[in-house]
Design a protein around this ligand. Structure first.
Ligand SMILES: Nc1ncnc2c1ncn2[C@@H]1O[C@H](COP(=O)(O)OP(=O)(O)O)[C@@H](O)[C@H]1O
Ligand SMILES: [Mg+2]
Length: 421
């Protein structure tokens, strides 16, 4: 890809904060695909790790990791896993290890983890977290999953609520990199659907990677999983069409979330903090104003969603300048385009990238797209514990082929053998 350092306008130094914008770090195009077959990027030596040890995180969660790794600290816990950082003292390599305990207890959650693993393995982009390893299960009838990724220093939620100085250059650069990652993701026909500051990882040099693909979906897929509609995107970052229709998954919903994140970077608090569905719509309309008839044509005429909107007290549009008096004109316009109520009029990711706000960052020949769309065939099955275990086992085997021999006597009876090709 591009070797475009020369094209990057040298940023002013962001003095006063430890987050230094180093734009050239974003311009390397795609990273080389991790060599999934070898152990060299996993923090282990080139030899397969044979020794394992248990480390207790926070006095609660037991992690089984390669014996030579040293725990740095617990870095996070989300809805599904505990994440801890480790270091290989010899090479200095740092890793993030996410443990999902009892991963198959809930089949919907189990399928979500498989989806995340499959997607992360197929992506190759420097604004998307890459999967480096999956630790081998002890037995084909395992319950816990370990996913190893590049370690990032923190996430945007923590940055926003820290004392870090964040100036307009930071807002631009962070949101630009999210858009750059989304250009790739959307070109693979995948919608993230759960973009929020906690799912955006960053380093001190302002490098940024999108993580947490458990809710991601393909486009044009039949949504046959009704249990999922309830918790699409943490409410505050949900686009109006998601709140109102709950079944419409298009690329535009990610753009809305980026708009919410940009607002949160600028205002250092979430923009639309709805307490429930109706309140979410109320909070949105209190700022963007009551949509015109024309801006509601995407909603079916007699849908419950229309009545839902009618219940909201009349409200007029506020000027974004009054909401964010310190924002620049270009910043305000970017917010306006991303937080357009009507999804058919909202800017697309390519349109966002050419906004004046990103003028100094946008580099058309260094914004890679996916080579091929994601093939969602792997996702078309009704989950059972056995099937999920088998598919995850096969993913671990790709990193640790030695488990095939160890478990040779058991694989046929589990239906795993046919997956190991
Ligand atoms: N590679 C990583 N480097 C640093 N922190 C991470 C990494 N992956 C996850 N985290 C931290 O752990 C949190 C939870 O991880 P995430 O993948 O979002 O899991 P969940 O599905 O449980 O939300 C993130 O919000 C982030 O703070
Ligand atoms: Mg998360």
């Amino acid at each position: 890809m591009g070797t475009s350092d020369a094209k990057v306008a040298q940023p002013d130094v962001c003095s006063g904060g430890t987050f230094l914008v180093e734009r050239s770090t974003c311009t390397g195009g795609n990273e080389p695909r991790p060599d999934h077959g070898s152990a060299t990027r996993t923090g282990r030596s080139a030899m397969p790790a044979t020794a394992w040890k248990e480390v207790v995180i926070d006095g609660k969660v037991k992690f089984k990791v390669p014996a030579h790794l040293e725990l740095i600290k617990k870095v996070g816990s989300g809805a599904y896993g505990t994440v801890a950082s480790f270091q290989d003292p010899k090479s200095g390599t740092k890793l993030a290890v996410k443990k999902i305990t009892d991963a198959f207890h809930d089949l919907v959650d189990g399928k979500r983890i498989l989806r995340e693993v499959k997607l992360l393995r197929s992506f190759r982009h420097d604004n998307i977290i890459s999967i480096l390893d999956m630790y081998p299960p002890d037995h084909p009838d395992f319950d816990d999953i370990y996913i190893v990724t590049d370690l990032m220093e923190t996430d945007l939620h923590r940055v926003i609520y820290s004392k870090q100085v964040l100036n307009d250059e930071h807002h631009q650069y962070f949101s630009y990199q999210i858009l750059r990652g989304l250009l790739y993701l959307h070109s693979a026909n995948v919608v993230h659907r759960d973009l929020k500051p906690a799912n955006i990882l960053v380093n001190k040099n302002c490098d940024l990677k999108i993580c947490d693909f458990g809710l991601a979906r393909g486009l044009g897929n039949d949504e046959d999983d009704p249990t999922l509609t309830d918790y699409v995107v943490t409410r505050w970052y949900r686009a109006p069409e998601v709140v109102l229709l709950a079944s419409e998954y298009t690329k535009s919903i990610d753009v809305w979330s980026v708009g919410c994140i940009l607002c949160e970077l600028i205002g250092r608090k979430p923009i639309f903090t709805g307490k429930d569905h109706l309140d979410q719509i109320k909070k949105i309309l209190a700022v963007v104003g009551m949509p015109s008839e024309e801006d509601l044509t995407w909603l079916p005429p007699r849908s419950p969603a229309r009545n839902f909107i009618k219940k909201v007290p009349p409200c007029t549009k506020q000027s974004w300048k009054s909401v964010y008096p310190k924002a620049t004109e270009a910043g305000i316009y970017a917010i306006e385009r991303m937080l357009t109520f009507n999804p058919t009029k909202r800017a697309t990711i390519p349109e966002c990238l050419i906004l004046p706000y990103y003028e100094t960052l946008h580099m058309p020949d260094d914004e890679p797209v996916a080579e091929t769309p994601v093939d969602w065939a792997f996702d078309k099955f009704t989950p059972t514990k056995r099937l999920l275990q088998n598919y995850i086992y096969a993913e671990c085997w790709k990193f640790h082929p030695e488990i095939q021999q160890r478990d040779a006597k058991l694989l046929d009876s589990r239906g795993i053998s046919e997956l190991l090709r």
